[in-house]
Write a new protein. Structure first.
Lengths: 304, 138
């Protein structure tokens, strides 16, 4: 059995670890709140942008499908896969579930005879993909704690360029969407080509209540500066940017949620280990005392 | 004479920067300068980087340096979506000039017709506009 001092040392080191995990849990909780606020702040902008895109797409009508980002490529050979992970770990399965989902998706694409081009945000995703021997076409790191709109734009620019140049024929994004502090859901989203259905499809959701006449009535009178097609040309890339930005922001909130949960259970586990070790230490001490008493008694008996 | 007021909102990806009743809103679209009063006909316009002015009254004007974005006016409500809307007082000339020269060199480096080029050109326009806004304000 381990000596009293050995066990005592173990208890001290577990206590230190527990202090660290507690602190990390609290930091993650504070950052989570801030990240949640950013999701809330983004929502009205994203919704309004979506409504405008829909309006412009409807006004542009058939013209819209000629835009390069809305047009599907004739044949699909290569699919861009964007994995959104975090820069840091210690967040349970947060990063690995994205990488697993991405690799699985690439496998499925492979079965269909499609190749994958990898894009990743977050050091975790970048390093584990390159460790597994995948070649990355784009890596974006260093901002996952607090992504800015400009970061999303850089990623969007690269992906749009790759799509227009024909380097990729489709772009899929895999990220952790934020459900609650305890739950993140691995979400797949097609970024490019933006289908007409994506833009127009959301219409049924928000404006199901308004009648058709109300839709067609005022729209005919709306002035466009410049033409709806021209506006759409800029709206579509913005739509892609905002989709990526939303994913980045949600992923950040999800990361802190996951880290908070992971660190909380780590602290709890540390507590359990401390209880076990304390018991062990007491037992060792008791054994020592018993031993001493027996020695004293034996000594006394020997004298008599 | 006080004009009729209408609700106006300015949104950026980082959040709402303005939401109040205003008498007039003035900005610039790709076509030209535009002023919106209550009862304006419905419009959807693409905005250029410039100074955005929101007139709470004749004398009380809220100003922003706006980046590219969109303006929608419908049902007597104005909605401005911009990538950035900064307080002109907070603009720092030095930082803007550095960013402008960075964008200029990026524009020279990048090839014609690429997204990078387009982004650099867009940045140049934005920072030039911001500098102009700062100059008027300062």
């Amino acid at each position: 059995m381990a000596s009293q001092r050995d066990v005592k040392n173990k208890i001290t080191s577990v206590k230190n670890i527990q202090k660290i995990t507690r602190a990390m849990e609290m930091v993650a909780a504070a950052r989570l709140r801030r990240a949640e606020q950013r999701i809330d702040a983004l929502r009205p902008y994203a919704d309004a942008l979506r409504r405008m895109t829909r309006q412009a797409a409807q006004a542009a009508g058939a013209e819209a499908s000629r835009l390069p980002l809305l047009k599907e490529h004739d044949s699909e050979e290569r699919v861009g896969v964007l994995l959104v992970t975090g820069d840091r770990g210690l967040a349970g399965g947060f990063n690995s579930q994205i990488i697993r989902a991405g690799v699985r998706m690439a496998g499925e694409l492979g079965e269909e005879g499609l190749q994958s081009s990898w894009y990743a945000t977050g050091r975790r995703g970048v390093s584990s993909l390159s460790f597994r021997g995948y070649e990355l076409s784009g890596t974006y790191t260093g901002f996952t704690d607090r992504p800015s709109y400009a970061d999303a734009r850089t990623i969007a620019d690269d992906l749009i360029q790759a799509y227009i140049d024909g380097e990729v024929d489709r772009v899929e994004m895999v990220y952790n969407s934020y459900v609650s502090p305890l739950t993140q859901k691995v979400t797949h989203e097609r970024l490019l080509p933006l289908s007409h259905a994506t833009i127009a499809g959301e219409e049924s959701e928000d404006s199901a209540g308004s009648s058709r006449d109300a839709e067609t009535g005022p729209r005919a009178l709306v002035n466009y500066e410049p033409d709806p097609e021209e506006i759409l040309k800029r709206l579509i890339p913005d739509y892609v940017e905002i989709s990526i930005y939303r994913a980045l922001v949600e992923s950040t909130a999800g990361f802190f949620g996951a880290q908070m949960t992971a660190m909380r259970s780590a602290s709890e586990n540390a507590g359990e280990i401390i209880t076990d070790y304390t018991l062990q230490m007491n037992r060792a001490r008791q054994a020592e005392i018993t031993q001493e008493i027996m020695e004293v008694v034996a000594g006394a008996e020997g004298l008599s | 004479m006080a004009r009729t007021k209408f609700p106006a909102e300015v949104l950026t990806p980082e959040g709402e920067v303005f939401s109040d009743e205003v008498e007039m809103l003035s900005t610039r679209t790709v076509v030209g300068s535009i002023g919106i009063l209550a009862g304006h006909e419905p419009i959807l316009a693409m905005l250029e980087p410039t100074e955005l002015r929101l007139y709470r009254s004749e004398s009380e004007i809220v100003r922003f340096a706006q980046a590219e974005g969109y303006l929608q006016f419908a049902d007597n409500r104005a909605l401005v979506l911009v990538e950035e809307a900064l307080d002109p007082e907070a603009l720092d000339r030095g930082t803007l000039e550095t960013k402008l020269s960075e964008a200029r060199s990026a524009a020279e480096r990048s090839q014609e017709g690429t997204e990078e080029k387009a982004r650099a050109l867009r940045d140049i326009r934005r920072y030039e506009a911001f500098l102009a806004v700062g100059a008027v304000g300062g």
